[in-house]
Write a protein that binds this ligand. Structure first.
Ligand SMILES: [Zn+2]
Length: 163
């Protein structure tokens, strides 16, 4: 049996990439709360208080700037209230991230959607920096039909070629 990483041994109260899986692994979770929590800080080697996001389904996660920005974009585009995200589902995805000049794995929050594209039948995903809702609005407005980003790109090209 292999040993867990130090990160996991030192701070077993938080979810981390190893607990979800390899790069690309995903987990759907529901946001319950955002609050300060005590965690081990690798740089200062001390217990510190950090903003943390709590989930219904698993251990909490320290909320870094990137993920906080994602939550603001998804749930508070026109307000400044972190509580807007409570009760919403998101996807936690393991990704290669660069931290302090080193490539490591981290967890990134992504929009969760159950909307499927009527053209290709796949679940509509965030696309080219746009949220699922934005993709749906843009395709409806520009092409008269809701579809995913990829199909929207193809349809726009077809339309342009036909002109
Ligand atoms: Zn599609």
């Amino acid at each position: 049996m292999s040993l867990p990483s130090w990160e996991k041994i030192i701070d077993p109260n938080f979810i981390n990439a190893e607990l979800i899986g390899d790069v690309g692994a995903e987990r759907v979770v529901t946001i319950k709360d955002i609050d300060m929590a005590e965690c081990y800080d690798d740089q200062s080697k001390a217990k510190v208080q950090k903003q943390t996001v709590f989930f219904e389904e698993c251990k909490p996660m320290v909320l870094n700037k990137t993920n906080a920005k994602t939550l603001k974009k998804l749930f508070s585009p026109n307000s400044d209230n972190p509580a807007d995200s409570f009760g919403h589902k998101v996807i936690l995805r393991v990704e290669s991230v660069k931290a302090f000049g080193k490539v490591t794995t981290g967890i990134r929050i992504h929009e969760f959607s159950e909307e499927t594209c009527p053209v290709c039948g796949k679940v509509i995903m965030p696309y080219a920096g746009k949220t699922v809702q934005e993709i749906m609005d843009i395709s409806k407005r520009n092409l008269g039909q809701v579809m995913c980003g990829e199909c929207m790109k193809n349809k726009a090209k077809e339309k342009k070629d036909a002109e």
